[in-house]
Design a protein around this ligand. Structure first.
Ligand SMILES: Nc1nc2c(ncn2[C@@H]2O[C@H](COP(=O)(O)OP(=O)(O)OP(=O)(O)O)[C@@H](O)[C@H]2O)c(=O)[nH]1
Length: 309
């Protein structure tokens, strides 16, 4: 299949484009804003551009941020005349993180009037990939499935690990039904409908040159996520490490932290002449920008060690 991917990252700093290994897919990144609020114009422009291509795509995949409300994105396909004619909203597929979903469905820190996007994303799904099944036991899996069904009885739930799924179960499935959505949300096509996000969830991006000391980075991120991982929902980054020509990567989801590098097939190595830039992003609640920047700088190989400060 030829699939165009439109990727909307929440962070101020895009990381995912730096991790694409094969260029068979074309990735269009949309940063600096939430796909469901400020960047709908961009989304429409990118879709129009794609439709002008000579070689047609079998599918267009729009990956919203984990914090987007799916309704306004879906609405795009019904309010723009050309899009209405030329593309069909096939399905809204929601990927659920089995290890963390319950704390987000039960989030008690969302301000009055703001939406719980986790609930919205489950409610709006035509299909749910219940992912990271390897991180929970059978009993937890049953509890989670019951919660998902209570929010959305109609969506098929497919259990996955590393989102491995037969593409035919998620693409070209004709699962989205406007009538069903309108029955549940009569103002779905109302372009002026308001939605508001929790304002305490923000992102901090760091983009800086310099070689890092891996031991310091490991200690920093390990401690940070252990202590603040409830509030730091997502963290990720591309790192330049002293003495290595490989691109190093970290992926954090709450307290879980993974390191990888292009040496073991994660992303691609630095190209000759490519500017070696560390790019990190933290998404979460009540983030302290200055403290994150200072602790990042303390990991530079040339920085004085913490004990010497
Ligand atoms: N154990 C386990 N880890 C997983 C699974 N799926 C993804 N991960 C890990 O979770 C981390 C985040 O993975 P992504 O797939 O980038 O997550 P995402 O939700 O798409 O994140 P965004 O970049 O915010 O869109 C990585 O470290 C993955 O290796 C899974 O099924 N099991």
């Amino acid at each position: 299949m030829r699939i165009a991917v439109i990727e909307n990252e929440f962070g101020e700093v895009g990381v995912d484009d730096g991790l694409v290994v094969q260029a068979n897919e074309e990735i269009f990144e949309m940063n600096n804003g939430c796909i469901c609020c400020t960047v709908r114009g961009d989304l429409i422009r990118i879709l129009h551009k794609l439709l002008k291509r000579k070689h047609a795509f079998d599918a267009i995949l729009i990956e919203t941020t984990g914090l987007a409300d799916p309704a306004p994105v879906a609405q795009t396909f019904f309010v723009d005349d050309e899009l209405k004619e030329r593309v069909r909203l096939d399905a809204i597929v929601t990927v659920v993180d089995a290890a963390h979903i319950l704390q987000h469905l039960d989030d008690t820190q969302i301000e009055e009037g703001a939406e719980n996007e986790a609930v919205e994303q489950v409610a709006f799904a035509d299909r749910i990939l219940l992912n990271k099944c390897d991180l929970v036991d059978t009993e937890q899996l049953a509890t989670i499935t019951a919660r998902l069904k209570a929010i959305n009885a109609g969506a098929e739930v497919i259990e996955t690990t590393h989102a491995a799924v037969d593409l035919r179960r998620v693409v070209g499935i004709r699962a989205f039904s406007l009538d069903r959505v309108l029955a549940e949300e009569p103002d779905f096509l109302d372009e002026g409908a308001e939605h508001s996000h929790s304002s305490s969830v923000t992102s901090v991006g760091i983009e800086a040159e310099g070689e890092l000391d891996f031991k310091k980075v490991q200690a920093w991120l390990g401690t940070l996520l252990r202590e603040r991982g409830t509030d730091i929902f997502r963290s990720k980054g591309i790192l330049c490490l002293k003495g290595s020509d490989h691109k190093h990567v970290f992926q954090g989801v709450h307290m879980l932290l993974d390191f990888g590098s292009s040496a073991d097939g994660v992303g691609r190595p630095w190209s000759p002449g490519e500017r070696r830039l560390n790019r990190l992003v933290f998404i979460g609640r009540n983030l302290d920008r200055e403290a994150l920047n200072a602790s990042f700088r303390a990991c530079l190989a040339t920085a004085p060690s913490a004990s010497a400060e």
